[in-house]
Design a binder for this molecule. Structure first.
Ligand code: ATP
Length: 867
């Protein structure tokens, strides 16, 4: 314990009584404590003890060991952990004697103090015995004051203690004085005499009243262990550090350094808003706010018609999810200009954001002219998998609005680089010939001069301006042979293009006839990702091409709105205005789908964590005590009752019939466990639910190795494990996902490639084998399960160094809104012992894996050397 020394006041005073600790009071057999620093407080001047009753619970203590090497000033801070009661206690004859010595020294030093000061100090929790105060005891006293009814026997006991103390005080003063004379060791006596003299020389006692915060350097150093006796006969530990060489008189002459006034915390809120109103006060939607599609408060011709709602229900969309009830009406046509702005959506994973934009966009384009197809909507997503997924939803909507072919069906195209560029171009733009003698003449003129195109060099190196780009495309077109008086013309083959940003830019730059001139919808899904550094420059190319508004080419049907409406969505929507700036938003509105436990109403501000997890997601975390054995922890989790163990009613029945009713969370052989689990589920007619598991790793390489290692460790898993990485060919990736959705594969080991957006209906478990790189990444990864109102479980394996980050940044309530706390799963010691037994098998699997990795390399090297 650390404490502070306060020099005593000059002047005669009534001898203060030695203090009794609460600890001593409650436990008279308390042993002496290891020494600690404490504050030296001289007893104040007082002539009337009645009004200054001594505090009963103050503990007097010095720390021997600390005092030797360091000046007390450096240790003048007290912490809550400095509880004296936690220190070991030892009592010996020697220490008893020392205590008595200290009592005498206390008395000597206190002679000059006064009672008035005692009272002030006592109120501040400082001992009136004039020596040292155990702040631990003061804490206890403060606790009693704050919660008197909770403190044991607080009021009555205190009164009794005070009464007893006053009685014993008169008796004790004489006894103590007598004992001091007899028992003070010569060494101490000389020091104390010296101290007493110097105290008498002390100039001005007045500053004491202000000196409660006297810095430590004012304290004389003393060494020695002293045990004192209180007037009521209680032993008090006084561990005095006496520096025999200290010049006490010099020390006493020092004045306290002036301390700065404590600065009061500013709790006032600024009167101005630092965020724009749309961002500071978003439209908040409760997750329970589901509604029929026809119920958006709009007239049937502007809203979703009942016939459309029926078809939607037939497609599995019986009613609108909460986010859809908020977003769809905002995107439907309005005559009210204030409802025309761009929409940003922040909603949990699996909450139905895709349909929230697809339905109104497809509806708008379905109303258009049946005969002219023009590119009117562009949907940008970060991965090819998401392109496919958005395409499926848009196709569903297109089918719904075509009303069995009686109305125009919107055409949807994709661009993501999964096929050669020219083939992709051909799917988007149709080349034809148009009779236009005037244009034909101009073309011939250009071909004759050649200069009308700009230099060839510029064209080959890429275009810096839109004009250069147009010139290059025109040059290529001009070279195409046509009928006389005819020129090449292009028409769009699609109304909606779903694409990755890179491919969009390529088509803008290199596809003749590809134009954004008629685009009136721009959807940016997984926006925080697409506005991040990884996808930097696509907006600089796209946005300028959406800003011209010539000839009403961007007029919206059924409303007086013209221009591009932007819809920007994510489960982890950025609030960074600098990033959003690139989108050039017009009259934006932010829709936030609240998570469980979110604050709603006027107190809800943007500062509250808007990251929310699906309501029915359960999370758990498992500490990996030995990172070298991490794959064994994973295997154990897979075979536990939580995952494979509970998934197969057949198996449970089989177990029970064998007389074993325990779960699979045992040390049973993993292979047979897994095998039984899957075989039994396969043996049925398919009604038994087989668990599906998605395991995330930190890199492609780890994913590939881990999936192979799982197969080596447990051959029964080999046919059930698939891998998804960005290095895997796209065709193979699609095949893997299809097998997984069909139930042929049950475990997918993946890199973060599929962490975002991908919808694997009925995925039961997500396992973070490697901890995610950010909170957002965690939200997206675990959001692959518990989608569309279903249940799901997420597991995170963490190692010791990762624990703090995980529990503080991810599992904390302040970071993410969640309905349940993250459960901590402990691996029992028996389990860990069982891992040890599996180490040999694990090592041979690792060796095999090593061979498999090196063999092809050696063969390749040998082949290259041969050739
Ligand atoms: N109204 C609805 N009724 C029933 N199911 C729906 C409805 N809307 C969406 N779904 C289903 O919910 C699932 C999740 O939808 P979606 O993929 O759009 O979620 P998301 O919010 O985009 O998630 P993420 O942020 O992970 O991309 C899909 O399987 C979809 O078919």
């Amino acid at each position: 314990m650390y404490a502070r020394y306060v020099p005593p006041q000059k002047g005669a005073a009534k001898s203060p009584e030695p203090e009794r600790t609460t600890e001593s009071a409650s436990n008279p057999l308390a042993k002496p404590q290891p020494t600690v620093y404490a504050r030296y407080i001289p007893p104040p001047k007082s002539t009337n003890d009645q009004f200054n009753p001594p505090e009963p619970s103050q503990h007097v203590r010095f720390k021997e060991s600390d005092g030797v090497d360091e000046p007390p000033a450096k240790k003048a801070r007290l912490t809550e952990n400095d509880h004296v009661s936690k220190e070991p206690k030892q009592k010996s004859k020697k220490s008893k004697k020392a205590k008595k010595d200290a009592q005498s020294s206390t008395k000597d030093l206190d002679i000059l103090n006064n009672d008035q000061h005692t009272n002030e100090l006592a109120q501040d929790g400082i001992s009136n015995d004039g020596v040292l105060v155990d702040l631990d005891a003061l804490d206890q006293r403060a606790a009693r004051e704050l919660a008197p009814d909770k403190a044991p026997g607080s009021v009555e006991n205190t009164k009794k203690e005070k009464k007893g103390k006053r009685k014993s005080k008169r008796r004790g003063e004489d006894e103590v004085q007598a004992e001091v004379d007899d028992k003070t060791p010569i060494r101490h006596r000389s020091v104390l005499e010296k101290a007493a003299k110097s105290i008498q020389r002390m100039p001005d006692p007045k500053p004491l009243a202000d000196e409660q915060d006297v810095p430590m350097q004012d304290a004389p150093e003393v060494n020695g262990d002293v045990e004192t006796k209180t007037n009521d006969g209680m032993d008090v530990d006084v561990d005095v550090d006496v520096d025999v060489d200290a010049d006490v008189s010099e020390v006493q002459g020092l004045q306290p350094l002036p301390q700065p006034e404590p600065v009061a915390e500013d709790t006032t809120k600024p009167a101005y808003e630092t965020l724009p109103p749309w961002l500071a006060k978003p439209i908040r939607v409760s997750p329970q706010a589901t509604a029929p599609f026809t119920d958006f408060g709009l007239s049937p011709e502007l809203g979703i018609a009942p016939v459309v709602a029926e078809t939607l229900a037939a497609n599995g969309y019986k009613e609108a999810f909460a986010v859809q009830t908020a977003v769809i009406p905002l995107l439907l046509p309005h005559h009210d200009k204030s409802a025309h702005g761009d929409i940003l959506v922040s909603a949990a994973t699996g909450s139905g954001k895709t349909l929230a934009y697809a339905l109104p966009v497809v509806r708008d384009l379905s109303l258009g002219n049946r005969h002219i197809t023009r590119l009117r909507a562009v949907i940008v997503v970060p991965t090819r998998e998401l392109v496919r997924q958005a395409q499926q939803v848009c196709e569903q909507c297109a089918g719904v609005f075509s009303l069995n072919g009686t109305k125009r069906r919107v055409r949807i195209g994709i661009a993501m680089g999964s096929q050669p560029f020219d083939q992709e171009q051909a799917t988007l733009v149709e080349k034809g010939e148009q009779h236009d003698p005037e244009a034909y003449a101009k073309r011939n003129k250009r071909l004759a001069s050649e200069s009308g195109y700009g230099s060839d060099e510029d064209i080959d190196e890429g275009y810096n301006t839109e004009d250069e780009e147009k010139a290059a495309i025109r040059k290529r077109e001009d070279k195409i042979k046509t009928l006389p008086d005819h020129v090449v013309s292009y028409t769009s083959k699609v109304d909606i293009l779903i694409c990755t940003p890179g491919r969009l830019v390529e088509h803008i730059k290199y596809t003749p006839g590809f134009s954004l001139d008629f685009v009136r919808w721009l959807v940016v899904d997984e926006a925080d990702k697409l506005l991040g550094q990884q996808f930097q420059q696509w907006l600089d190319v796209v946005i300028p091409r959406l800003q011209n508004n010539g000839m009403g080419s961007r007029n919206h049907k059924q409303s007086n709105l013209s221009g591009v409406r932007k819809v920007v969505l994510s489960a982890t929507m950025t609030r960074d205005l600098d990033r959003l700036e690139g989108l050039k938003l017009r009259w934006p509105k932010l829709v936030v789908l609240e998570g469980s436990g979110a604050v709603s109403g006027p107190e809800a501000t943007i500062t509250q964590a808007d990251l929310a997890l699906p309501e029915l997601l359960e999370e758990a975390a498992l500490k990996v005590s030995d990172p070298n054995l991490k794959p064994l922890f994973l295997l154990d989790l897979l075979q536990s009752k939580y995952i494979l163990g509970q998934s197969t009613p057949n198996r449970v029945r089989q177990d029970q019939s064998d007389g074993d009713t325990s779960s699979s969370d045992s040390d049973s052989d993993l292979d047979s466990d897994v095998e039984t689990s899957f075989r039994s589920s396969k043996a049925t007619d398919g009604k038994v639910h087989q668990p599906s598991i998605l395991i995330f790793t930190k890199s492609n390489e780890t994913a590939l190795r881990l999936s192979r290692l799982l197969s080596l460790l447990s051959p029964a898993l080999a046919s059930l494990v698939g891998t998804l990485t960005s290095t895997t060919q796209y065709v193979t990736r699609r095949r893997t996902i299809r097998s997984f959705l069909a139930g042929k594969l049950r475990i997918l080991v993946a890199s973060d490639l599929v962490a975002r957006g991908i919808d694997l209906p009925s995925l039961d478990h997500v396992i973070n084998y490697d901890i995610p790189s950010s909170v957002a990444s965690y939200v997206h990864r675990v959001g692959r399960t518990a989608r569309a109102g279903k249940t799901g479980r997420a597991w995170t394996l963490f190692t010791n160094p990762e624990a703090r980050w995980f529990w503080n940044e991810v599992a904390s309530e302040n970071a993410i809104q969640r309905s349940k706390k993250v459960e901590r799963i402990r691996v029992t010691e028996e389990k860990e012992d069982a891992f040890e037994k599996k180490v040999a098998a694990y090592e041979s699997a690792l060796a095999k894996l090593g061979e498999e990795v090196t063999e092809p390399r050696i063969k390749t090297r040998a082949r290259s050397q041969e050739s």
